[in-house]
Write a protein that binds this ligand. Structure first.
Ligand SMILES: CC(C)(COP(=O)(O)OP(=O)(O)OC[C@H]1O[C@@H](n2cnc3c(N)ncnc32)[C@H](O)[C@@H]1OP(=O)(O)O)[C@@H](O)C(=O)NCCC(=O)NCCS
Length: 149
């Protein structure tokens, strides 16, 4: 079955599926759960999912910030599907969306373990390592409008 990328709204059935995936991939392994305050941030954001039929395999969130910069966050690929190009496919779809929407820069707070993934997508680190959700992170960014390889 072919993969399908969808944009869906906060609290939609697809959002609820993405939330289960985010919890399983991004929070449970750290012994954490989402707080209500954290989830409130999802409300005005743009939600992306990569689906095979009704099943969500990957998701991410875009947050609009001022001066044409978009933040990519909560990038999660189902454990059984990591390393198959899905994270790249979904991230590039989100970058295309941001560029078409008039944003020039995509940035993220990348887990140290995911830095090589973002580097392959053309992101570079800026500044020093910092801690978020108790693990090391780097701020990374990419100027959009440079064609995908
Ligand atoms: C990090 C993550 C989003 C990457 O998605 P993915 O679908 O597994 O990655 P892809 O298969 O699209 O990889 C694209 C490229 O990056 C490389 N890559 C991906 N993850 C990597 C890693 N952790 N270390 C080194 N290289 C990596 C791949 O080898 C591939 O390289 P290629 O184009 O030369 O073949 C995914 O593995 C994941 O959800 N991990 C756990 C949660 C997480 O860390 N999320 C990011 C939070 S910032």
């Amino acid at each position: 079955m072919a993969y399908q990328i969808k944009i869906f709204s906060y609290k939609s059935p697809e959002y609820e599926k993405a939330l289960v995936l985010r919890d399983r991939v991004l929070r449970k392994p750290l012994g954490l759960t989402f707080s209500a305050e954290e989830l409130k941030k999802d409300e005005g954001d743009i939600h992306f999912g990569l689906f095979e039929g009704e099943v969500i395999l990957a998701c991410l969130i875009l947050t609009r910030t001022d001066n044409q910069r978009m933040k990519m966050r909560q990038v999660a690929v189902d454990d059984n599907y990591q390393g198959k190009g899905l994270g790249k496919e979904l991230s590039e779809a989100a970058e295309d969306y941001a560029l078409e929407s008039g944003f020039n820069v995509m940035f993220c707070n990348a887990r140290k373990t995911a830095v090589p993934f973002y580097q392959k997508l053309g992101y570079h680190t800026v500044g020093d390592e910092f801690t978020e959700v108790n693990i090391p992170h780097y701020y990374m960014e990419k100027h959009l409008g440079i064609s995908h390889q």
